[in-house]
Design a protein around this ligand. Sequence first.
Ligand code: C5P
Length: 236
Amino acid sequence: GRPRDLAGRRVVVSAGGTREAIDPVRFLGNRSTGLQGYALARTAAARGAEVTLVAANVALPDPAGATVVRAESAAQLREAVLAASAGADVVVMAAAVADFRPADRHDVKIKKTDGEPEPIRLTKNPDILAELGELRRAAREAAGDPAPAGRVAVDPAVIVGFAAETHDVLANGQAKLARKGCDLLVVNQVGEGRAFGTPDNAATVLVAGGEPVEVPLGPKEDVADAVWDLVAARLP
Ligand code: C5P
């Protein structure tokens, strides 16, 4: 059986991949299926956590014991994650969030014409993980100040990011951990029967102020449990 080491903790997990609308029928998306995020939500609930799962375009059954909130675009995922993160103990950003979205969303379907198609201009999406780190820093700076009435601070004890890298996995991961201000960064090497759409995963978990932890290739549940072990060790 699993330890009940997350009992009484409020945990937020994002999962799946965002879709950024081009027009009413087309979108820019990615290959994330949500399997790893759902495994994280399921195992956290089994370890006693109160789980909010923010799911972006996932076609999997709801995990037992989690409250599921749905989001389609990065903007919607941001709203849902920030709302759920107020007062949360742990936030895990397992979702593949689009770094860019089409700058203009067409209200009607783009028609095929004889000439060259119009290029799709892109604009940057907000980085939700980095924003969580900023909000926490601000909350800790404001500690001692009277709390604004009715507002609950975003001040999770542990923030976890994910990164899929194809090359220079550790160097890129360490830079990302620092840049995004998270405590743990779960780095997947993409390819070789790993990550997207497969039931198995292998990862290197980078730890702020600590040594990296290798999680061998195995079920995504095992990767999830390894992440929760590291999270539980960092909870006050
Ligand atoms: O920078 P990169 O996209 O590789 O970072 C991946 C991590 O950052 C994931 O945890 C992902 O959920 C998060 N992310 C985010 N907002 C974005 C892009 C990525 O929260 N716009």
